[in-house]
Design a protein. Sequence first.
Length: 321
Amino acid sequence: MNSDNLWRGLGAGVLAGAMWGLVFLMPALAQGFSPAQLTAGRYLAYGAIAAVLVAPSWRRLARMLGRAEWRALFWLGFSGNILYYLCLAGAVQLGGIAMASLVIGLLPVTITIAGSRDAGAVPLRRLWPSLLLGLGGILCIGWPALGELRRGALPDSLLGLLCALGALGCWTAYAVFNSRWLARLQGITAHEWSLLTGVATGALALLVAVPAFVLAPQVHAMHDWLWFTAAVSTLALLCSVAGNALWNMASRLLPLTLVGQLVLFETLFGLLYGFLWEQRWPAPHELAAMLLLGAGLLVSALAHRAPERAPRRELEDSTTA
């Protein structure tokens, strides 16, 4: 792999994780609103912002999009945004944060394995060290919190586990499907594809918005609605528009076996933002998790680095021998 593409892709993936980590602050910033309302609000705002940004290029892009492209965009919006977030919210509510974080923390493993057969992929035998380091980091984050799981709520826990596995499958499918579409697109940039996905997601969010807001029993004051609108709009701009554009850039520059492991930075930055919000330093197990995640990414980057060419003299000696 070209070293310039490697480091550019890594930088884009890390910045995407920094944007996505803000999602973990949303429940604290918009207390009193349901997961369905948060989902609908975020993706309605994402769709509206994406529509405004893509408008100047709409005629050119519309000529390049056929049925297959639009089907792909709506599938990406449904699986990677709407359904994923609903499954994740259900997993947290029914099974707890610890169980959900451990299952979702397997995303780097599932994406890496799914992309291991792609052209140019690094063999899995060279990636096991980085995968094990990443799993160690996830265990450090989630293991101490397992004691907080409620006892005696086995049916809820099982349903929560199914929701978490559903979220895991949704985003794994999204990452693989999106990466392969980016590789085949001609004349459409990664940022434009992200905006088009946002337009499709915004249209799908209308289906969630009706039951989420019209049938909701909660009554909120005007200032609560203003704060909610500002929060979901900021989240849509930073996480969905900027974060997804950066992720698409990384997906075009890096193989799935590497870009999948960059999802770890969503967890890492989510922790950092949580520490700032709670105004505390990380606990020892949290610090160990961050170190393991960083080490896993470094090992993976080294495994994907292109081998250096041998000096000309050595090549000449080998040809004359």
